[in-house]
Every structure is written in C-alpha cells, then in structure tokens.
Design a protein around this ligand. Structure first.
Ligand code: FES
Length: 106
C-alpha cells in the first residue's frame, strides 16, 4: 500500500519549476511541468550531484543545470547519449493538493 503525504498545493510549485521536499535519502525535487503534471525525483544528478530542482523543465524532462544531462521525469532515465538514472517517487495531485510517497519507483 502506498503511504501518501500531503506536501502542499499545486500552486506552491511554479510552472516549469520545482519545490524541494526532504526525503530519507536526501532532497526530493517535486517538479511541475508546463501541462500541470507533477513528478518527483531525487534532487541530485547521478553525473556530479547537480541540483535537478534548479534545472530547465521542458515537456516531461529536466536538464541538469550543471552539465545539461537530461532526464525523463517518469522513468528517471538519462536521455542519450548520457547513461544513468535518478530515483523517482510516486506523486499525485488531488483537488489541487499534491501528495508524495517516499517509496522509490525507479
Ligand atoms: S552534474 Fe548533472 S550533468 Fe553534470
């Protein structure tokens, strides 16, 4: 069973931006896309720990602010030619409120 924690409202997250939530394994970047989907990923790039919460969000992807590795927000997979992945967490929006589970999905 998924254990959901309310972490605020959708309006707390800037469009194409992120909010940081403390997780058991470090910060989690809760990212809102232009089409108002919300994704949650570990806020540390596997390349050299860049803060993905400060990356550029486009489509359902985020580009690391340090060296531009790009990650798919649903799978956490780096997009070619780079290889690696970042942990993803279940997140959902209900009645304008955002809920996060800290169980990693990828
Ligand atoms: S630290 Fe993210 S691409 Fe280098």
């Amino acid at each position: 069973m998924t254990d959901w924690n309310e972490i605020g409202t959708l309006d707390d997250i800037p469009p194409q931006g992120a909010r940081i939530v403390e997780g058991p394994d470090g910060n989690i970047a809760v990212i809102r896309t232009e089409d108002d989907n919300v994704f949650a990923i570990h806020d540390s790039c596997p390349h050299n720990q860049g803060p993905l919460s400060q990356g550029m969000v486009f489509g359902h992807k985020v580009a690391c602010p340090l060296h531009n590795w790009t990650f798919d927000l649903s799978s956490g997979e780096a997009q070619g030619p780079d290889e690696g992945s970042v942990a993803c967490y279940p997140v959902k929006v209900k009645n304008g409120k955002v809920f996060l589970s800290i169980v990693k999905t990828a």
